[in-house]
Design a protein around this ligand. Structure first.
Ligand SMILES: *Cc1c(COP(=O)(O)O)cnc(C)c1O
Length: 454
């Protein structure tokens, strides 16, 4: 069959409140043209993030009722631990309330001032936790990963020559090597099993631990199955197990590839390090059998991990993104190629060449998408990265707009609607204006800044 259907039926629905263009223009103006400030019930299709926005299954909601809220030793923890170990067989599984809490535990224990931690590309919270320890977060993606229009099967890969030389030249500063799968900050692009193995082998040769930020491990495994020679006939579970078998530990946000609305974990093989992590966990998150989560959350994660490796789901998941990307591409809207696992990225700088980077073409596009069709997307460009710590401003490396897809939430007709709204925006693109910032905080301005149209 050519049609890839949503491999689920809908048992419980959330109504979408429809709005008019006039209403949306008024609401967006009142929000200072910052989409983070909108109330979500004023949004028709919310593509701000795929984090924590998944639809849970009937089995997950059933598991929520089985959740045991005992302070210590709850069966929910043991079901969670067994579900994680079934995919990622680390000795110690330490729950945390989200991915960044797991990162905080790890880097508090292994990083110090002057250290350097290489990765294919650190996610922003990972970078934040490393920099908070006075260490340097070094991104070394392959060169192809930095060119939006270039097609490559594993654009998320690490540059192995760069890893080798940094290990040789700066080894004394390196407490660990990280790998992010899929490469979120790099566009949700996958990393090949070959690249994961080669990076792990280089780390091992220099006696450095190798950690995986595994937030989108199932999407990454699906891309490996689709694109990596020799992997086509293998079950997703075997591919996932291979990815983690060569690592010393992992950090995870269960808000991504575990279909949960909250949660995460740190996994480790090193007994002494795990002991220290649990002590810190008790101080900051909670007792080691709940780590800042309710028992019902642990059960929702355990069930979600069983569902996320389903091939019918992964086929639908990845195909729904590439479908949108292909249709936008056919209309001449520049998109990052190929489509990533969890999002479609539009190159707003190329799409709106009449708006210079310091007039925020990405912000102008996200505002136009909301006004035209009530779609909320996220600017990833000069608004997010343009303000430097010394107070000056410079264009970001790119001006992208990310359409992140919540898992199992939207259907094919929602995807068609997104395409149609962008068609309307494209038809009037020359009339779109740049923007200026009228109010901004000293850091992380994209969350709270206010804008005006020029
Ligand atoms: C979301 C994310 C994190 C942080 O997880 P939270 O649960 O949001 O704290 C870390 N790394 C990557 C790659 C992510 O996508």
């Amino acid at each position: 069959m050519k049609t890839i259907i949503e491999p689920f039926r809908i048992k419980s629905v959330e109504p979408i409140r429809m709005t008019t263009r006039a209403e949306r223009e008024r609401l967006l103006k009142a929000a200072g043209y910052n989409l983070f400030k909108l109330h979500s019930d004023d949004v028709i299709i919310d593509l701000l993030t795929d984090s924590g926005t998944s639809a849970m299954s009937s089995a997950q909601w059933g598991a929520v009722m089985i959740g045991d809220e005992s302070y210590a030793g709850a069966p929910s923890f043991y079901r969670f631990e067994a579900a994680v170990k079934d995919l990622m067989d680390f000795r110690h599984i330490i729950p945390a309330h989200q991915g960044r809490a797991a990162e905080h535990l790890l880097f508090t224990l292994i990083a110090k001032t002057g250290d350097l931690i290489p990765s294919n590309t650190h996610f922003d919270t990972t970078r934040g936790n490393i920099e908070a320890m006075g260490a340097e977060a070094l991104d070394i993606p392959i060169a192809e990963g930095r060119v939006p229009s270039l097609d490559h099967p594993f654009k998320g890969n690490m540059d192995l020559a760069a890893l080798k030389s940094v290990l040789e030249e700066q080894g004394h500063r390196i407490p660990a090597v990280m790998m992010t799968i899929t490469n979120n900050a790099g566009g949700g692009q996958p990393v090949s099993l070959e690249n994961i193995r080669a990076a792990a082998a280089l780390a091992k040769a220099h006696r450095k631990p190798f950690y995986i930020d595994g937030c989108r491990f199932a999407e990454n495994a699906w891309f490996i199955k689709l694109r990596e020679p020799g992997q086509q006939d293998r079950p997703i579970k075997d591919i996932v197990r291979d990815c983690f078998a060569i690592a010393d530990g992992m950090t995870m946000s269960a808000k991504k590839d575990a279909f949960a609305n909250i949660g995460g974990w740190l996994a480790l093989n090193d007994d002494a390090l795990a002991e220290r992590a649990r002590t810190l966990l008790i101080q900051t998150e909670g007792f080691p059998t709940y780590g800042g989560l309710a028992g019902r959350d642990l059960d929702a994660i355990a069930q979600g991990l069983k569902e996320i490796i389903d091939e019918d789901y992964l086929r639908y998941r990845v195909r729904s993104n590439s479908y949108i990307a292909e249709r936008l591409d056919a209309m001449g809207i520049p998109v990052v190629k190929p489509a990533g696992g969890h999002a479609v990225f539009i190159d707003a700088r190329a799409f709106l060449p009449h708006i210079p980077p310091l007039q925020y073409p990405g912000q102008a596009l996200t505002c136009a998408m909301y006004e035209a069709g009530g779609i909320r997307a996220c600017e990833i460009g000069t608004v997010m990265f343009g303000r430097k710590p010394d107070g000056t401003e410079a264009p970001g490396a790119m001006d992208l707009v990310r359409l992140a897809m919540p898992r199992r939430v939207y259907t094919q007709s929602h995807a068609d609607y997104v395409v149609e709204v962008l068609e309307e925006v494209a038809a009037a693109k020359n009339s779109l204006q740049g923007m200026r910032i009228i109010k901004e905080p000293p850091m992380m301005r994209h969350f709270t800044a206010e804008f005006a149209k020029l």
